[in-house]
Design a protein around this ligand. Structure first.
Ligand SMILES: Nc1ncnc2c1ncn2[C@@H]1O[C@H](COP(=O)(O)OP(=O)(O)O)[C@@H](O)[C@H]1O
Ligand SMILES: [Mg+2]
Length: 255
């Protein structure tokens, strides 16, 4: 059984009569990384936000979302699972961290909201360690501005995984990072995958896809135009748009 199944997802923003996303369907299994690629404005963030239940309530959302076998009203997306069963990672690492509080306390709070009786201090340190901080006690005490972009993004991931979710939704999580930092964050996603988590990641960077995806879903103008294993898409892209993406990537990787 798929962990997440999305059928015919369609989203209308209140300001427009035509849908920003139209009839998108796919499945995601445990331990799998599915990358959503497409050019700017194609509907990638809309898709991810609709699934997370992060769109404005005035948006009209149609279709079916099933998570762990439970059918969810599409208008709310996975809202009731967020922070617990599902973690969300944003593009801009500072966006989600409160500059006024130490990062450790912020992660601990995510734990306390959902599991008030558990040892959230210990879980926070474990999560930071898991996310690549060998000195979690020190990082716990830092304010966001004391960390680099890559460190902040790993703190965000530590926050997203502190409650051991089965699904991670990530919207361009490495786009704002420099190349060497990107690599350590992508490696962290691969570790999460090896530990059985499913990842749905939006990116416009085929290099990221090539590095971490199992499968790829290509969207253009709000519609799915292609879906396949990363190998299939790389070796035999069928849609002209995918062909163009892959050609650009192949050219870039020659250098
Ligand atoms: N809050 C919004 N209100 C109205 N239209 C929006 C809003 N957010 C995005 N859109 C429109 O929806 C389409 C898809 O946007 P988006 O999902 O952000 O694309 P991507 O993430 O692929 O760049 C675009 O045409 C964009 O202008
Ligand atoms: Mg976007």
């Amino acid at each position: 059984m798929a962990l997440l199944e999305v059928k015919n997802l369609t989203v209308f923003y209140p300001s427009s009569p035509s849908p920003a996303l139209e009839g998108v369907s796919f499945q995601l299994k445990r331990g799998e990384i599915l990358c959503i690629v497409g050019e700017s404005g194609s509907g990638k963030s809309t898709l991810l936000r609709a699934i997370a239940g992060l769109l404005h309530p005035d948006c009209r959302i149609e279709g079916e979302i099933t998570f762990k076998g439970e059918k969810i009203p599409p208008q709310r997306g996975l809202e009731k699972f967020m922070g617990k069963e599902v973690g969300f990672i944003f593009q801009e690492p500072s966006a989600y961290l409160d500059p006024l509080f130490k990062v450790g306390g912020q992660i601990e709070e995510t734990c306390k909201i959902h599991f008030p009786d558990s040892n959230c201090g210990e879980k926070t340190l474990n999560s930071l360690r898991y996310c690549g901080f060998p000195n979690p006690e020190e990082v716990y005490e830092k304010y966001p501005h004391e960390l680099s972009g890559g460190q902040k993004q790993r703190v965000n991931i530590a926050d997203a995984v502190v409650n051991n979710p089965s699904l991670l939704l990530a919207d361009e999580p490495t786009s704002s990072l420099d190349v060497s930092t990107q690599k350590s964050v992508l490696e962290l996603f691969l570790k999460l995958k090896r530990d059985g988590k499913a990842v749905l990641m939006v990116t416009h960077d085929f290099g990221v896809v090539w590095e971490i995806a199992d499968r790829v879903l290509v969207i253009k103008d709000g519609k799915k135009v292609e879906e396949g294993s990363v190998f299939e898409i790389y070796e035999n892209p069928r849609h002209p748009y995918t062909r163009k993406l892959v050609e650009i990537f192949k050219k870039l990787s020659l250098f």
